[in-house]
Design a protein around this ligand. Structure first.
Ligand code: SF4
Ligand code: SF4
Length: 251
């Protein structure tokens, strides 16, 4: 029997940096998180990803179709804490936190039998993996798989809308196509960040003005937080551009 143990000691370190959200969560938390859309190519033949179920296929201009993981994200610099991380290292919205946080340490973009790597804490993380911690993964199966299953269903449920979104962005934004192809052919595949406003433009039924009113102050706050920080320059530049995009709706 092959078993892995894991327990969270609330060090708070994994609650730093970018956080993937569902489409619904992005809207719900627009007054809290600085939002962006993220597209990450997955190298062909990479083992373990549940690509058929959750990935989006990008074809425009590419020699071969590129498989992408596309998701809204809270676009937060790697060293910055989540705005909902409390001083005691606990989540201040525990009861309603995003599904990605609920499924941790497991990762619903990967197959259930490929989760072992997710149980190896990154350098500095204080997750417990010794004999005192409970067994969470046995013979390549998640012991309590309810949250994993919930996230997988959520990702499957929004895959069609995300495919439509990528098809449209690729059609109207040649810069996006070029960036995806560059990211896909890099030695270490990169991530392409697109303004969240691109999602709003494609979904005409959404209350864009209401969204802009909630999101605009958040982006301004993050622009102030990252101003002058050379390591967060890419983030500050994104916030500045996204603020400009939203201001068109705010008049
Ligand atoms: S929402 Fe809560 S659990 Fe999720 S990253 Fe933020 S503080 Fe951590
Ligand atoms: S890094 Fe590990 S111990 Fe720290 S908060 Fe995240 S899961 Fe818990």
């Amino acid at each position: 029997m092959n078993e892995q143990r894991f327990a969270c000691t609330a060090c708070g370190l994994c609650c730093h940096g970018m956080l993937p959200l569902s489409i619904e969560e992005a809207f719900k938390w627009a007054h809290v998180f600085p939002l962006a859309m993220s597209a990450t190519p997955v190298k062909p033949g990479t083992r373990g990803y549940a690509m058929k179920e959750v990935a989006v296929t990008f074809s425009a201009g590419a020699k071969k179709p590129i498989q992408l993981i596309v998701t809204p994200v809270a676009f937060i610099p790697p060293t910055a804490p989540c705005p909902k991380l409390a001083d005691d290292g606990l989540c201040s919205i525990h009861e309603e936190k995003p599904q990605r946080c609920r499924t941790m340490p497991f990762y619903a973009y990967k197959e259930e039998d490929s989760q072992r790597d997710m149980l190896v804490p990154r350098p500095g993380w204080k997750c417990a993996t010794g004999e005192d911690a409970p067994v969470v993964y046995r013979d390549r199966k998640i012991v309590d798989r309810a949250e994993f299953q919930r996230e997988r269903e959520l990702l499957k449920g929004q895959a069609v809308a995300l495919q439509r979104y990528v098809d449209t962005v690729a059609r109207y934004d040649p810069g996006f196509s070029m960036r995806v192809q560059t990211a896909a052919t890099a030695v270490v595949p990169g991530r392409v960040i697109v303004g969240f406003v691109s999602w709003l433009r494609q979904n005409k039924e959404l209350d864009v003005v209401g969204f802009a009113r909630r999101q605009h102050p958040v982006l301004k706050e993050w622009l102030e937080k990252t101003a002058g920080d050379a390591k967060a320059a890419q983030f500050a530049s994104y916030y500045r551009e996204a603020i400009g995009d939203l201001e068109r709706y705010l008049g």
